[in-house]
Ligand binder design. Sequence first.
Ligand code: SAM
Length: 276
Amino acid sequence: MKKNTGSLYIVATPIGNLEDITLRALRVLKEVDLIAAEDTRHTLQLLNHFEISKPLISNHRHNEEEKSSVLIEKLKSGKNIALVSDAGTPGICDPGEEVIKKCIEEGITVVPIPGACAMINSLICSGIDTNEFTFLGFLPLNKKLRKTKLDEIEKSNKTIIIYEAPHKLEKTLNDLKEILDADRKIVLAREITKIHEEFIRGNIDYLLSKIPEIKGEIVLIIDKAKPQEGESELNSLSLDEHYKFYEKQGFSKKDIIKKIAKDRNVNKNEIYQYFI
Ligand code: SAM
């Protein structure tokens, strides 16, 4: 990095419980020249709570493109900037991506300051496989795009994570009912880190029956699909687990790769590339 260029710090903030801010996040927020916030009024409350006084600049979804250029100029002039969103990790279903990409193009250092993220904390306490997962963010509202995502969920051989707004939950669960087997595990994590934190574990019918009681912020974790008829049970394993299965039976690396490729009906080079 050029000597007099500032750095952009991507600072995660709590998703409910204010104790979840890290010591490093507090130090960075105190030390930077400027804080770029999704909603400056929201961030001001957080800063007031921690008695931090700093100039704020807005960087929300609708002005991200234009604000990125302003932030880049400031960084180039030597200012250090912290980027925060309303809650959790910036860039995860929140603004951040644009300015981060531009910083990288301009050779400006981007520093992650880790902390709360709803999807990770919902996943780890869901009891559903954490080995391999797909984060879909919010399901699209557009019918065609939504259908594509639902098809992906129906057949997924990985755990699926979805964000949902409370007023759209009923529609989403009804859409999921159309594609999920009755015994497919699904967990609804709500209000995590807050007073009413709750994990509702069951199947789609059970979640639908709970709808009247479900309020607040929501993450859905859906177990991977069972292998389709005629498909090897092994295909629901991760590639590493699949490898270990054959390794335990004494097969050579070369044979294991061939066997995995055959089971999954893919080119063996793809599997080879994964394991080298
Ligand atoms: N950047 C955030 C993160 O790191 O998770 C996500 C922001 S996104 C705009 C907001 C969505 O995240 C909510 O609709 C909900 O799906 C999820 N979410 C945020 N806070 C949550 C919480 N405390 N409990 C459950 N879900 C939460």
